[in-house]
Design a protein around this ligand. Sequence first.
Ligand SMILES: [Zn+2]
Ligand SMILES: [Zn+2]
Length: 157
Amino acid sequence: MKLRDHHSIEASASPDDHIHGRGLRMTGQRRAVYDALMGKRDHPTAVEVFMRVKGKVPSISLATVYNCLETLTDCGLVKTVNHDRESARYCPNLAEHAHFFCESCGGVTDIPLRAKRRAHDIWELPENVAISHHEISFRGLCPKCAKAAARKTTKSK
Ligand SMILES: [Zn+2]
Ligand SMILES: [Zn+2]
């Protein structure tokens, strides 16, 4: 059984190795986009990435940011995270993880697997399935919003 998708490359490889493996170069723009994702791991949308990169590379366009994100995704450096009908968000965390979506503030956080566990230790997967991709998500209230909600209910009593 294979749980990693075929685009995944060993975590030890550098971002440049990933790009070179696909016969591409880590251009300044691609690096700026990648650095923006690595700098703040809050799963931004393409538009949010664009706003961040624009501060450093004022000449960059939204279309270029989309292209860079597509290249980085194709290289397996970045994953897209989809939730309902919202715009895709981007995640540079290549370790196996699930996502938590806060229904109140819209925040998206990484939920890592417990130490030494793998997804197929947890899920009862049928024999001989070939998994190419899996996306596990949790939704609810993040600690901050849960606290705020609890405060509201005690007040209204
Ligand atoms: Zn993530
Ligand atoms: Zn929240």
